[in-house]
Design a protein around this ligand. Sequence first.
Ligand SMILES: Cc1cc2nc3c(=O)[nH]c(=O)nc-3n(C[C@H](O)[C@H](O)[C@H](O)COP(=O)(O)OP(=O)(O)OC[C@H]3O[C@@H](n4cnc5c(N)ncnc54)[C@H](O)[C@@H]3O)c2cc1C
Length: 436
Amino acid sequence: MPSIAGGLFSAGRGISWLRLRRLQRPLLSSLSAGGGSDAPHLPVVIVGAGPVGLALSFLLAKFGIKCTVLERSMEFTRHPRAHFINNRTMEIFRKFDGLAGDIERAQPPVDLWRKFIYCTSLSGSILGSVDHMKQEDFDKVVSPISVAHFSQYKLVDLLLKKLDGVGFQTCFPDELGGSSAQDLLLENKILMGHECSSIELTDDGILVGASFNNGGRMQERKLHCGLLLGADGARSKVRELAGISMKGERDLQQLVSVHFVSRDLGKYLSSERPGMLFFIFNPDAIGVLVAHDLEHGEFVLQVPFYPPQQMFEDFSAKVCEQIIVKLVGWEPADIQVLDIKPWAMHAEVAEKYVGCDNRVILVGDAAHRFPPAGGFGMNTGVQDAHNLAWKLCLLLNGIADPSIIQTYESERKPVRFFLHAFCSFNVNISATNILK
Ligand SMILES: Cc1cc2nc3c(=O)[nH]c(=O)nc-3n(C[C@H](O)[C@H](O)[C@H](O)COP(=O)(O)OP(=O)(O)OC[C@H]3O[C@@H](n4cnc5c(N)ncnc54)[C@H](O)[C@@H]3O)c2cc1C
């Protein structure tokens, strides 16, 4: 059996300059105590192939760290959530083999999304209109790259292409066979349809249980790894299994998210009142419309609802269409509701980002969940990944002490104080803008 140090060192083939400077001392002392018989075969397992898990896999691959990604779904969701990419994330994406440029070229023209509009209906009175772009954004005073407006699912598609370029493969249970596939065969793979369902601390690492459906039969694959990174979203199973609780305010608002297309509506808004976000209030309906792509008529409508008087089940496609018409103010002939999902708004942060003796690390929504006002969730998650990846690289190559992982928590956790205040400010400012 290889030692944990041997197993983990072999992860870092891409950075020989680091290996030359490797320290002559036990790696990950807190992980290697005990000398158990089952040494980890995989340096890193990431749970969750959302934007944050994928960004982290890419960065680790660039550093030569082999990892395996577990994704419980069999397909990547097409329901758009995030769309606003801030300067810092775009700066990070410049290092993703041209991803920032790909986004800039593929996003809608900026004049179609630079405004927030407050109105009684999409064809009714405008109560307020705010242009969120400033000349310094175009002049690149604050940052060498501008913010972007690009649907989350399209970003995930581009991240998958970048991962393909660094040798990652997406695999399905029927391509991998039974539960006994060798760990090494799972390196640099995204295992679709694999749900992380258990973790067990061993003397040498973590034994991760992933359940999957193999031809109608549920099976469990065991992966032994040195580090487990929880990028599994707001209801993180990894966080739960590691016994890490959330602190903050829960269930601030229940919402229904309606993904729909209407080229008629896109054409109308492009010519009459182009914008990114429309806050719509009238006696018959309220909602926030996110214009993901006016040129293609792609929208997401957020409608608040109030249990127990209203339940998610009340929002059939027909009901959603009726709400859309009330908010538009006329009846587009071509509305097609693609998907309806419930979600709850929280303002919470994990009590710690690192647990289980430095072996489990939370990133993205698994570590924090913000109200969407301001568009910070995914941005903060990608920035978490960027902060963490190089530290893992130094740790796994024996350059840094395990205490470097604590700097991830101490640097990233304070960000949430600022962001929670900023999100609340954004929610309030939305209300005051109406009065302007
Ligand atoms: C309406 C709305 C608008 C938003 N707008 C913005 C915006 O403009 N900008 C912004 O930055 N953010 C925005 N956000 C937030 C953003 O969508 C999230 O912060 C982002 O999706 C978090 O990414 P993630 O990868 O951490 O988690 P997720 O995207 O939730 O991905 C987690 C992945 O883990 C998988 N998974 C879960 N459990 C398991 C398990 N046990 N085993 C294996 N896999 C598992 C899931 O299937 C999923 O694929 C918005 C959110 C909403 C709801």
